[in-house]
Design a binder for this molecule. Structure first.
Ligand code: AKG
Ligand code: FE2
Length: 284
């Protein structure tokens, strides 16, 4: 196996990273599929990079479906997609989203927030690029929370919101969750699935939700990836939202592997309500 180990400061690293914007995204420079599949240190570093930068870009990898799944496993345990989603014909753990089949994701969202447990991460590969257009954007929901005023943060503390995709796909989540691995607070409302903030007069709740949805997608928190076929992008699905631009002609096909998630608790800055549930039931 090729060794790309080099020294940064006092730490030996197997990959080189370059930030892609001020608040979100990092690129693995000269990304080498073999290293990313076989070098344990490199795999731990890309996982760490995802936690630190939320989005990891690996250009020109062209993984086979098997390699795509193996690469995704550096970020967690791959999970079977929901039944209704279109799958790779030979690898049902891979979702295949083909614009020719009417697929679009041109609204900001975090995947699966209509379930109690959402995927921890996603690894997406561009298979057929339209050439021009069809970029994907991600936004950093930790940065969005950080930049709220203290007054707004206090107002959101212990609030919950309803997320819904349909009658059998509903969940309630704290408006601000703590990242299960980093502990950082995440502003956790999204345009597609969040229906409303609970236990507020409806007009107040809607006004606050509209503000938050606008705020979370401010350009300062985003990275926009212009795809070349064979690019792979991994994202932390808890701390980000994404949006696929539907601005192209021709066909666009992407394939995605989701990684399993776990429970997420409310982020609380003030004292807990003492019943051990992280304040989840304490909506004023
Ligand atoms: O098509 C894309 O670029 C992203 C699609 C998407 O929403 C997803 O894979 O979860
Ligand atoms: Fe998505």
């Amino acid at each position: 196996m090729t060794s790309r180990a080099h020294i940064t400061g006092s730490t030996t690293t197997s990959i080189r990273l370059r930030p892609l914007s001020g608040r979100i995204g990092v690129e693995v420079l000269d990304a080498d599929l073999e290293v990313l599949l076989e070098d344990g240190a490199a795999r731990r570093e890309v996982h760490r990079a995802m936690l630190d930068h939320h989005v990891v870009v690996m250009r020109g990898l062209h993984p086979t479906p098997e390699q795509h799944i193996a690469l995704a496993s550096a970020f967690g345990d791959p999970i079977q997609p929901e039944e209704h989603l279109p799958k790779h014909p030979d690898h049902p753990i891979i979702c295949r989203f083909d614009s020719a089949g009417g697929y679009k994701a041109d609204k900001w969202h975090t995947d699966g927030t209509f379930r109690d447990v959402i995927p921890s991460a996603a690894v997406l590969c561009m298979r057929t690029s339209p050439g021009t257009g069809g970029d994907t954007m991600w936004t950093n929901c930790c940065a969005a929370y950080e930049d709220l005023s203290n007054g707004m943060k206090a107002l959101l503390e212990r609030r919950k919101a309803l997320h819904e995709q349909g009658p059998d796909a509903k969940a309630v989540h704290p408006v601000v969750v703590a990242h299960p691995e980093t502990g950082h607070p995440i502003l956790f409302v999204n345009d597609i699935f969040t229906r409303g903030i609970m236990n507020l007069p409806p007009e107040e709740g809607q006004a606050i939700l509209s503000f938050l949805l606008r705020h979370v997608t401010r350009p300062e928190f985003t990275y926009r990836h212009s795809w070349t076929e064979g690019d792979v992008v991994a994202w932390d699905n808890r701390s980000t939202q994404h949006y696929a631009l539907f601005d192209f002609e021709g066909q666009r096909v992407v394939e995605r592997v989701h990684l399993t998630g776990g429970p997420m608790e409310a982020h609380c800055t003030s004292a807990d309500d003492g019943d051990g549930d992280g304040g989840r039931d304490a909506i004023a």
